[in-house]
Design a protein around this ligand. Structure first.
Ligand SMILES: Nc1ncnc2c1ncn2[C@@H]1O[C@H](COP(=O)(O)OP(=O)(O)OP(=O)(O)O)[C@@H](O)[C@H]1O
Length: 296
């Protein structure tokens, strides 16, 4: 899939300039916190999405992304802070101006594609999309289900889209096609908040927000998120011994093939842990997953 950043401007011929940075936010969180028992799922998060921008919400499993989305939607009440949808408290009325695709897609498995579309259109008081598909959802492959969920969520022409891992479990081709559709929505001026674990998808967002343990740990462009972070790479014929020695020294290490990648920007510490083991040691730019792990 292409990993090029999306265009953020366009000419008079090609439509409105996006993202519309001067426009008021479609959705906004101010110091939002959500606690479940003794778990702070979300802590003091500020976030906003404006018309025409694609904001990527990143973070490891359990970082608080879904909980934050549910707070923004008004599905759960924040324990602290405030949220606004279209400049007002989240309500049934202003939720009709957005499209939401939860991780589980929210489709009825025992209804057909067309029946799901009709059900959703009735809820929004809009015309059902012409999907012309009488297969039961449970018979539709996951990749197609995700596309159906997206098409249904956009059928009433929402101004804001909230997509929770829209490409989880789908093929690279299906994911690319879905991202084309997301891009087309943004070109029309729709604001998009989307979670992803995929680096090339993150690269297609206009702005990224990285959550770690309920907090916003970094935000901005991919370069801002990566922050120039470096890891140490270790190449050796005896990768098992290298792995054992690095682990024994308490260094966070993972294997990429037979190359060990140590998630610290500290070559001397790595050389010390390897001791007399013959190895080539050097630095490399951290990947997004490594950066997330380093921020934990
Ligand atoms: N209803 C709930 N009751 C109790 N704890 C919850 C509830 N919902 C979420 N949590 C906890 O809040 C934290 C954040 O979960 P959340 O699902 O928001 O993370 P996430 O970043 O969306 O993860 P994933 O990428 O796996 O979807 C986790 O520790 C989770 O166990």
């Amino acid at each position: 899939m292409a990993a090029s950043p999306r265009s953020t401007s366009s000419t008079a011929e090609s439509g409105p300039v996006r993202p519309a940075t001067g426009a008021p936010p479609l959705v906004e969180a101010r110091s939002v916190g959500k606690r479940f028992g003794d778990v702070d799922a979300v802590s003091g998060v500020d976030l906003e999405v404006r018309p025409g921008e694609i904001v990527g919400l990143l973070g490891a499993n359990g970082a608080g992304k879904t909980t934050l989305m549910r707070c923004l939607l008004g599905i759960v009440s924040p324990t602290s802070g405030t949220t606004e949808l279209f400049g007002d408290s989240p309500s049934r009325r202003n939720r009709a101006r957005l499209g939401y695709v939860p991780q589980g897609m929210g489709l009825y498995r025992d209804l057909t594609v067309d029946e799901n579309a009709a059900f959703s259109a009735a809820a929004y008081g809009s015309t059902p999309p012409d999907l012309d598909d009488d297969r039961l959802i449970e018979r539709v492959p996951l990749g197609e289900q995700r596309r159906v969920a997206f098409d249904i969520a956009t059928a009433h022409r929402p101004e804001l889209l909230i997509l929770d891992e829209p490409t989880s479990g789908v093929s690279a081709t299906e994911a690319a096609s879905l991202w084309d559709a997301v891009g087309a929505q943004a070109e029309r001026g729709v604001g998009v908040l989307v979670t992803t674990h995929n680096m090339s998808e993150a690269a297609q967002c206009d702005r990224l927000v990285l959550m770690v343990d309920g907090l916003v740990a970094a935000q901005g462009s991919m370069a801002d998120i990566l922050g120039g972070a470096q890891v140490v790479m270790v190449e050796t014929g005896d990768w098992q011994a290298a792995f054992d020695r690095l682990s024994a020294a308490g260094l966070p290490v993972s294997l990429a093939g037979t190359t060990a990648r140590v998630l610290v920007d500290d070559e001397p510490a790595v050389r010390a842990a390897l001791g007399d083991l013959q190895a080539r040691v050097g630095s490399a730019a951290a990947t997004l997953d490594e950066r997330m792990a380093m921020l934990r």
